[in-house]
Design a binder for this molecule. Structure first.
Ligand SMILES: Nc1ncnc2c1ncn2[C@@H]1O[C@H](COP(=O)(O)OP(=O)(O)OP(=O)(O)O)[C@@H](O)[C@H]1O
Ligand SMILES: [Mg+2]
Length: 362
């Protein structure tokens, strides 16, 4: 197993800079998920760690040794791709054993290693089949088994569940987590699915446009996004982000015909700023009441999304709209008058120009 250090890594493809001064330490045994939009540089970062892609400058260290100039085959890192990439003419057993043959492990040890990893991944009964006889989920289990069988220093996975249907993704997600707990391999997992990231990661790394935006535990990233990009990218439905003005003790959303009262301490970090401000509040931070209530302002419901376990209710105040999370059936229909409040403890203020969070919710 291994600690991986990425130090000041830059990567250019021609004139296009795809990784911009990337710095990251992945601890031995840690499960790190790289999350970000398409084109953000996730695959490039992963390939650079594995040695499948060179870096333009900077260092990559495995257990303290610089490897950026080493070939992929000399880094002892396994890679699982989105497409299953199994050898179609070989059985599952032969596919999994392939990396062990390459290092000339003897047949008895090979068989033992294949059986062990096949059992962990629950594909032992398929060992004599050809990949074409397997379901998509089982094919990806074989690909993961093949990557893990020689106990690599680290396991890198690039959207390994990307082509599977939603139900299978959820099941495989749980299996990958279980596997990680069983094997404890240092793992880097790339996805643009934030639910996958939240559920798998010890730490999430958010990359946007080649720039590392935030590194943190899932709840840290969710509760304390460092900037607007992270705030809007993590969480579903998306965080409400509205331009606001501070009026004494009150916060007025742009276009709104009413304002919300905030306690003094909640406004301390933004009171003296000259910056244009945006307020960020997740749907669970928008509280609704049926009756007029102290501290709540009157709003009108405009759209309701029933999601089974809860509803997402859009409310309008003047020209501003907020999305609230409510218990199922809390609001019966559109055009209804209800009362809303923003929970100051769950509200964020962002500098609109820089995107930076001026006050993380506590
Ligand atoms: N071999 C290459 N040559 C030139 N440009 C490349 C090459 N590989 C990637 N790029 C560019 O680098 C940028 C980052 O690509 P990368 O594949 O790392 O993003 P990603 O975050 O993995 O995206 P996705 O979520 O779509 O997989 C993109 O603009 C892409 O077009
Ligand atoms: Mg990619």
């Amino acid at each position: 197993m291994a600690q991986i250090d990425i130090q000041n890594v830059q990567k250019f493809f021609g004139h296009l800079q795809v990784l911009k001064n990337l710095n990251l330490t992945i601890a031995d045994g840690e499960f790190v998920v790289m999350l970000g939009q398409s084109g953000g540089g996730k695959t490039t970062a992963l390939r650079a760690i594995a040695g499948l892609e060179s870096v333009t400058s900077g260092k990559i260290l495995i257990n303290g040794t610089e490897v950026q100039h080493r070939k992929a085959s000399d880094r002892d890192i396994a890679f699982v791709f989105q497409s299953f990439s199994l050898y179609p003419h070989m059985t599952v057993r032969e596919n999994i054993a392939f990396p062990l043959r390459a290092v000339r492990m003897n047949a008895t040890d090979r068989d033992k290693a294949v059986k062990e990893v096949a059992e962990i991944l629950q594909i032992a009964e398929h060992l004599d089949r050809k990949p074409s006889a397997l379901s998509g989920g089982d094919m990806q289990r074989v690909a993961i088994a093949r990557a893990l069988v020689r106990r690599p220093q680290a396991l890198l996975m690039d959207e390994p569940l990307g082509v599977l249907d939603a139900k299978l993704r959820e099941q495989m997600r749980a299996e990958i987590k279980r596997l990680h707990i069983a094997r404890g391999s240092t793992s880097v997992y790339v996805t643009h699915d934030q639910i996958e990231a939240m559920s798998l990661a010890d730490r999430i790394v958010i990359l946007h446009d080649g720039v590392l935006q935030q590194v943190g535990a899932p709840d840290e990233v969710y509760l304390h996004p460092t900037n607007l990009f992270v705030a809007k990218f993590v969480g579903s439905p998306v965080m409400n982000v509205n331009g606001v003005r501070i009026e004494g003790q009150r916060v007025r959303l742009n276009g709104a015909d009413a304002s919300f009262s905030f306690p003094d301490e909640a406004l301390a970090s933004v009171r003296s700023t000259q910056a244009d401000l945006a307020l960020g509040a997740r749907p669970e931070a928008v509280l609704l009441e049926h009756q007029q209530t102290e501290g709540f302002v009157e709003v009108v419901t405009t759209n309701i999304e029933p999601l089974g376990s809860h509803d997402i209710v859009d409310v309008r105040l003047g020209d501003a709209v907020l999305r609230a999370r409510t218990p199922s059936g809390f609001v019966s229909g559109e055009g209804q008058r209800v009362w809303a409040r923003l929970d100051p403890a769950q509200a964020h203020f962002f500098d609109t120009a820089s995107g930076l969070n001026l006050r993380g919710a506590n």
